[in-house]
Design a binder for this molecule. Structure first.
Ligand code: NAD
Ligand code: DAU
Length: 349
């Protein structure tokens, strides 16, 4: 029996990773540590929350003494660290929560692992990170694992800082670590502040779809379950101390993506083609808006045999179907209703 800590398991990507691990590894004891911010929601896990190998702990990674106690109590064999403040626009409005959770919180977890792991044998601290640490590409080129860090937003600077700290614990204290830097995820359970779920929500409510600037910025989109599969592979087969880039080979300008989404939504909602795109509204650009992200994932493909399984058209259709089938989820996360409900269920630390 292995005891594995997954942080941020009530969030978007974390919930898919928790579900995969709980179902695929019945002999692991999966502990999901999450403080349940606005972005974390136990509804995302209600299909697995009574399984015997799953346990939820409500707690804050910013609370150093609590994290040390938690590591002492559970003697985790491995850690998958996903808890973070994850939204770039929020980091521009108020950076401090990003500094605390993404940097200080990560160091608290590293200290917990360092305290209980007397050797690297059988242990792994896996930091789930982002391609935004590499900065912005021009019209050509791809991010490699060797690309220099050049973060621009408070969010990406905080993730870059935590990546460096994870590597520093490897080099200084021989902590067994691995890091992945992934491109933009999409799929079920993503909080409707991010481009795709926000647009699905607004289209279904006939509200404007805000496009920053000219809509020419490019992102490389990956279906969230493909990311979860890559995380599983890297956790079990990645090499100690290594970084792997994960991406979808799936670049879209924001405007092309939204036009494709509008087409899908028209079809699903039984609207005449061209109806939803009338909602597109160009708004003030994001400050310091990175032009283009695109990942070269040759290393993980060649060394570990990972590749994305879903074409974008199929992934976006699955995503739209999920949001349309779960209007209560969308309504409750947007209004904060789940947040209030779960606040009453668990005592905050
Ligand atoms: P999310 O915002 O949906 O979820 C984050 C989760 O962390 C939430 O459940 C939240 O309650 C929890 N959390 C936040 N602060 C915490 C704290 N102080 N203590 C304990 N729990 C806390 O984020 P996401 O999109 O699922 O991203 C997960 C991870 O993957 C992040 O580290 C992010 O940087 C990284 N990532 C995200 C993407 C993407 O496209 N979403 C791409 C690459 C990497
Ligand atoms: O690249 C990985 C990153 O992808 C993750 O590390 C982040 O956690 C995740 O939030 C995401 O960051 P982005 O800033 O790329 O995602 P977002 O959905 O916020 O925006 C995608 C693009 O769409 C970006 O160019 C900004 C633009 N945008 C976004 C919103 C919310 C709009 O044009 N309008 C909007 O309303």
């Amino acid at each position: 029996m292995k005891t594995i800590l997954i942080t941020g398991g009530a969030g978007f990507i974390g919930s898919h990773v928790v579900r995969l691990f709980v179902n695929k590894y019945p002999d692991y004891h999966i502990v999901n540590l999450d403080v349940l911010t606005y972005a974390g929601n136990l509804e995302n896990l209600k299909d697995i929350d009574t399984l015997p190998n799953y346990e939820f702990v409500k707690g804050d990674i910013n609370d150093g003494p609590f994290i040390l106690e938690l590591f002492e109590k559970y003697q985790f064999d491995g850690v998958l660290h996903l808890a973070a403040e994850s939204h770039v626009d929020r980091s521009i409005a108020d950076p401090m929560a990003f500094i605390m959770t993404n940097i200080v919180g990560t160091v608290n977890l590293l200290n917990g692992a360092r305290k209980i792991w007397k050797s690297s044998e059988g242990h792994r601290f896996y930091h789930i990170s982002t391609d935004e640490v590499y900065g912005s590409l021009g019209e050509t080129g791809l991010f490699l694992e060797t690309t220099s860090y050049d973060p621009h937003s408070p969010y990406s600077a905080s993730k870059a800082s935590s990546d460096h700290l994870v590597r520093a614990y490897h080099d200084t204290y021989k902590l067994p670590i691995v890091i992945t830097n992934c491109s933009n995820n999409y799929g079920p359970n993503q909080f409707p502040e991010k481009l795709i779920p926000l647009s699905i929500h607004n289209i279904s409510q006939n509200k404007p779809i805000p496009i920053y600037g000219k809509g020419e910025n490019i992102r490389d989109w990956l279906y969230v379950e493909d990311h979860a599969a890559a995380i599983d592979l890297v956790f079990h087969e990645g090499k100690d101390g290594q970084t792997y880039n994960i991406g979808g080979h799936n670049e879209w300008t924001n405007i092309a993506l939204i036009l494709q989404l509008c087409k899908t939504m028209d079809k699903k909602l039984g609207r005449a083609e061209g109806t939803s795109e009338k909602l597109i509204t160009y708004v003030k650009d994001r400050a310091g808006h990175d032009l283009r992200y695109a990942i070269d994932s040759t290393k993980i493909q060649k060394e570990l045999g990972w590749a994305p399984s879903l074409q974008f058209e199929e992934g976006i259709e699955k995503t739209v179907d999920w949001y349309l089938a779960n209007p209560d989820w969308l309504e409750n996360v947007s209004s904060g209703a789940y947040e209030k409900y779960y606040e009453k269920q668990y005592v905050n630390r």
